[in-house]
Design a protein around this ligand. Sequence first.
Ligand code: FMN
Length: 459
Amino acid sequence: MPGWCRASLPRSMPRPHNEGMNRQLHLNLFIQSRGHHEASWRHPASSPLPLTDIEYYRDLAQRAEAGLFDSIFLADTLALMDTVAHAATNWLEPVTALAALAGSTRRIGLIATASTTYSEPFNLARQFGSLDHISGGRVGWNIVTSWLAAAARNYGGTGQVSHADRYARGEEFVQVVKALWDSWGDDAVLDDRASGQYARADRIRPINHAGAHYTVAGPLNMPRGPQGRPVFVQAGSSDTGRRFAARHAEAVFTAQMEKATAQEFYADLKRLVAAEGRAADQALILPGLSPVIAATEAEAKKIARDLNDLTDPEVGRKRLSGRFGGHDFSHLPLDRPLASEDFPDPGTVEAARSRTEVIVGLVRREKFTLRQLLAYLAGARGHYTTAGTPEQIADLIEDWFNDGAADGFNLMPPVLPSMLDVFVAEVIPLLQKRGLFRTAYEGSTLREHFGLARPAARL
Ligand SMILES: Cc1cc2nc3c(=O)[nH]c(=O)nc-3n(C[C@H](O)[C@H](O)[C@H](O)COP(=O)(O)O)c2cc1C
């Protein structure tokens, strides 16, 4: 199937000169269902544990920690997907799940998604502030505006909140939580039994925020966390999403289908970050990578084909419709080549705008039929998929890393835990030999793993 075979992998290419000798690759494990391939949940190599069992997530986090990953990541949506009859996903609310995982891991970073459209800044600042304390400074917040139309109906709305409104609200939300996390000085708590002084009241200040969407007096009712603030992660790639990331994000997840677009995204975002007066290396760019790995390329491609044979095109059709804000694709035949006119203009999409740009671009380039497009997206929903040997995957990672396409990767194993295990056992040692990846954890916080500065308290 096209999704797995088209990517041409660089073979024994010349090693590009690594400008910063100390520049290190960053790896995040994105945990989703029993793997990122849509059919992973029914594949014989995927975990037998129920997706409601914390042991499943604990086991994966510990495997990733043994592989020295920077972090793990749990995504979240705020409505039940209409594909539930034939598709599995994570069920545990991510903040709750991360609290459990914090207790069963020691070094790895823990990133959870939470929405700026459907939560309150004060609640979120307390939850992630608590997680930062509980985990000893290992937490990151994936800031999303929640594109799913069905989410609005679970929060008192009747329809989609527009793309522009979601980002406007998100902008103010982030300003408020930053102020809340900065409302305590690092030295506010004395906890002095002898003198009887617990805290210095002059090092704790209200924020008195009154804006278009939020009115929050503050201060936060909790001391500042080990990282000052949790690491800010962001994953929107539209024009508005990029500008938002440039102002706030310290790590950026992105879906890129090929190296050239990844390089364009990387250059553009680093330029925008610099234009905001921030150091370019304080915003890491981590494209998704979903590799099937086997001893030979032929074997890897066979595994990928077998996985694709387990997919249900109607699950893919519903998912496609969701990305385009509920657009009806039911009339499209599965086996006629698609044209961009079969899709709404991505600029008018109020849902997952940048992903719809990726999909329409792919249709233009590849002239896929709907069946081929759905098979391609079944791999990792529009992220980069490939199949090859450990050496080929390491070459690809090194090439993107050294050629201005990535600071690291958001690893999305097609099947869990088996394809994570192969990556840890076979690819990581190659990256270490090439001097690209750590051989031991040096820091103890997620900021330290990512090489990010700890923000100073604004008091
Ligand atoms: C790796 C990755 C993970 C994401 N996780 C979530 C998520 O958990 N919840 C969510 O609502 N959106 C998630 N998104 C979607 C983006 O946050 C964003 O909402 C979407 O791309 C639309 O924004 P845009 O139009 O600016 O691109 C994710 C995107 C990527 C690339």
